[in-house]
Design a protein around this ligand. Structure first.
Ligand code: ADP
Length: 567
């Protein structure tokens, strides 16, 4: 037999503010009638019966009573026994015993059973009203107390649930805390993979086995997405004995059912409504914790797949660059030879072949440089440089494109030659990529500015967000050579800014505009700046333009020779 369980707050702990419900039990029908009339007039909802067995049935329904008013001595059952049953079902229920035999023995037994209120027959109706009012006030206090204790326990359990993101460890914790809370003998957690079906079953104890009836109950809770209670069927087996009471609760969060918890016992009291409510609240926390754990697991898997992809990318770069280099060198070499021996149109065509082969070579060279920088194989070749010459060289390489695009170029360099030791090829690669991007991503007729200056006191105020942190402590008094390349181009959306330095990453819009490129340039710039011990900043606003600022350490000429240096 199984039935849906009301959701938390609907019934289990009597609802504050609702009309109190009173159960009157007396084998004398006349007493039942008098008490019922009086209490109904007092505004209470009253159910009366002269049959203790009917009273037991009423106490077991889903509609809880706030107060039991019972005669002590009835032919088929003592009022104290009834009180005991009622208290087992609801520890906070108010109980008033009506007695004409106020013997010490009865009083002692009643105190033992936690029955605090008596009313001695015969009594005035006002006395009855007063006793009921007082008992209900006590019940309200007791309920508050119980709620607080429940909250305390729930808080403890929730804390336990947030201690791990490991799915199997969490399943163990969910079972442990729900069993503690419900005092049930056995529990099972059925996990739902991809929401589609209940798959793995985790038992609370190694020997525990969920039987057919238990699985059906779980399946029903899973399909209907609501708790289902069951009784009078063998739901599970524990230490050779079957347990015949069960509660199946779906564990869900954000609309995802992550599993179903099945609690089993052989006493109906273990799963009485008050306990059910606590379990349902706990199930909400458990559902969220399980969902987080499963998301965390998925994230871990996705991360591993990404790492594998990244490894494959690196491998691809390595293989492609290695395999392309030699044939490219041969193509370029022979083409150059035949071009030099040719005239007119033929020579022009061969020049075009060469230009395009050179473009492929540049890409392959970028791949090789990036690979070397990432694996730490790259070497620093320091030599005396003059920043003005380097900037001019980079501009010269781009001059035809700048003219073609009608860009206006501003160059702002120190009047005196600014000499320092650095790696020529690396600095040229940095300037080349930044300048090429500025030209590419600025609409025709835009403005491009290149500034270079010595920052003598070591204080770096890079504009925008820092992409590469300076290797040296900021403000250590050592000078820097600072170069900024600014454009009035399309700019980079803020959310894309950290990503454009990843290998192969291109902002979607720039792809559709057919700017070409491989998405390797900025990844290379970032690695190169880092290898030179420099720093890099980016300031950009969509639709307004971008500024990339590079700071290179100002090394004195006499301090180092120009031989190769390990990075
Ligand atoms: P590529 O230029 O080959 O596409 P990069 O790594 O140099 O690759 O640049 C990555 C992406 O960053 C570009 O595709 C573009 O979307 C964006 N980007 C780089 N520089 C600029 C710039 N100056 N202005 C606007 N967008 C830029």
């Amino acid at each position: 037999m199984s039935q849906a369980v009301p959701q938390p707050g609907a019934a289990a702990l009597a609802t504050p503010g609702a009309v109190p419900r009173i159960l009157v039990v007396d084998d004398e029908q006349h007493m039942c009638d008098v008490c019922s009339r009086t209490l109904r007039r007092g505004g209470y909802e009253v159910v009366a019966t002269s049959e203790p067995t009917e009273a037991i049935r009423l106490l077991r329904t889903d509609q809880p009573f706030d107060l039991l008013l019972t005669d002590i001595k009835m032919p088929t059952m003592s009022g104290l026994e009834l009180a005991h049953l009622a208290r087992e079902r609801d520890p906070a229920i108010a109980i008033i015993i009506m007695t004409g035999y106020a013997s010490m023995e009865n009083l002692y037994q009643s105190v033992q059973r936690g029955v605090a209120d008596f009313i001695f027959k015969p009594f005035e109706l006002d006395q009855l009203r007063l006793a009921v009012d007082q008992a209900l006030q006590k019940r309200a206090l007791l309920q508050d107390n119980l709620r607080l204790r429940t909250l305390e326990r729930l808080l403890e359990s929730s804390k336990a649930l947030s201690t791990t993101l490991d799915l199997s460890e969490l399943a163990g914790i969910v079972l442990r805390v729900t069993l503690q809370q419900s005092r049930c003998r056995a529990g099972f957690l059925l996990l739902a993979e991809n929401q589609a079906a209940l798959t793995a079953t985790v038992p609370s104890a190694p020997g525990g086995q969920l039987l057919d009836a238990g699985r059906k109950l779980a399946q029903r809770a899973f399909e209907e997405q609501q708790p289902v209670a069951g009784s009078k069927a063998p739901f599970c087996e524990l230490e050779g004995a079957a347990l015949h009471q069960a509660l199946a609760v779906p564990l869900s969060a954000q609309g995802y059912v992550t599993g179903v918890l099945v609690l089993c016992d052989d006493s109906p009291n273990a799963l009485r409504p008050g306990v059910q409510e606590e379990i349902l609240l706990l199930a909400h926390h458990a559902g969220a914790a399980l969902r987080n754990a499963s998301l965390y697991g998925q994230l871990g898997d996705a991360y591993q797949r990404l790492q594998e992809l990244d490894r494959l990318k690196s491998e691809f770069i390595s293989i492609a660059s290695h395999e392309l280099r030699t044939p490219l060198a041969i193509v370029l070499g022979y083409t150059m030879m035949v071009r030099d021996q040719s005239e007119g149109e033929r020579r022009e065509y061969l020049q075009r072949v060469m230009d395009n082969a050179q473009r492929i070579k540049d890409i392959v060279d970028d791949m090789v440089s990036l690979r070397h920088l990432e694996t730490g194989e790259a070497q620093l070749a320091l030599e005396p440089l003059v920043i003005q010459e380097l900037v001019s060289q980079a501009i010269e390489r781009m001059r035809p494109v700048i003219a073609n695009r009608l860009h206006q170029l501003q160059v702002d360099l120190p009047p005196q030659p600014l000499r320092f030791l650095c790696d020529r090829e690396k600095v040229l690669l940095i300037l080349g990529h930044l300048l090429s991007n500025a030209i590419k991503f600025t609409p025709d007729g835009g403005r491009i500015a290149i500034r270079a200056a010595l920052q003598p006191n070591g204080v770096l105020n890079g504009a925008g967000s820092c992409i590469v942190q300076p290797a040296r402590a900021a403000g250590d008094g050592m000078p820097w050579v600072v170069i900024a390349i600014e454009d009035s181009g399309i700019g980079i959306p803020e959310r894309e800014q950290p990503r454009i330095f990843d290998r192969f990453y291109q902002v979607a819009d720039s792809l559709t505009r057919d700017h070409g490129g491989t998405g390797l340039g900025l990844a290379l710039v970032r690695e190169l700046v880092g290898a030179l011990g420099g720093a890099l900043w980016l300031r950009s606003r969509e639709g307004e333009g971008s500024t990339f600022t590079v700071a290179l350490p100002f090394r004195q000429e006499q301090a180092t020779s120009n031989s190769g240096h390990e990075l």
